[in-house]
Design a protein. Sequence first.
Length: 171
Amino acid sequence: MALLTILEFPDPRLRTKAADVDPADLATPAFQTLIDDMFESMYDAPGIGLAASQVDVHKRFMVIDVTDDHSRPLVFVNPRITARDGEQVYQEGCLSVPGIYADVTRSNTITVEALDRHGQPFTLEADGLLAVCIQHEMDHLDGKLFVDYLSPLKREMVRKKLLKAKRAAAA
Ligand code: QAP
Ligand code: CO
C-alpha cells in the first residue's frame, strides 16, 4: 500500500470534472489497489472522506469513513443523489484545503445510489455528518470545493493563505 499525493487548492486540476467509472475497471488489481491506497491516505491524514479527484484521478468514485475506529469504510462508485430533504449547517474542512474550516449549508438527509468497490449496486439513506461528507466528496467529482460556497473575498483570502504557506514550506 502507498500514501498518495493529495492536490491542494488552488491547483487547477481540482477543477476537472470526473468521468464515469467503467464498472469493468473495478475488477482490475490496479483499481482495487488505488481504493486501498486512498483509504490509507485518508486515514493517515487523518480525514473522513477522499474523492479520486483529490489524488488526480478524474473518475467518479470516493472513499468515506466517518467512524472514529475505521469500522465503516464506504466506497461510492458513480454515485447519484436520488432524494434530498431539509438543510443542515456543518463546519467543513478538506484535505485539499488544509487548515481552513468554514460553515457550509447542505441537505440534511439524502438518498444516494452507487456501486460498491465490487460493482454491486446499493442504496443508502444518510443524514448528519455522513450526508455532509457524501455531498462534499461528490462536489469534488464535479470540480467543486467547499470554499466555492464562501464569498469571493473569503475565498481569495484562503487562496493567498495557502499559496503563502506553500511558499514558506518550499523556502
Ligand atoms: C470532508 O474532510 C468533510 O484542514 C472530508 O489540516 C469535512 O477529511 C466532510 C483534514 C467535514 C464533512 C465534514 C482537513 C485534515 C481533513 C484539514 C476531511 C487538515 C487535516 C478533512
Ligand atoms: Co474535500
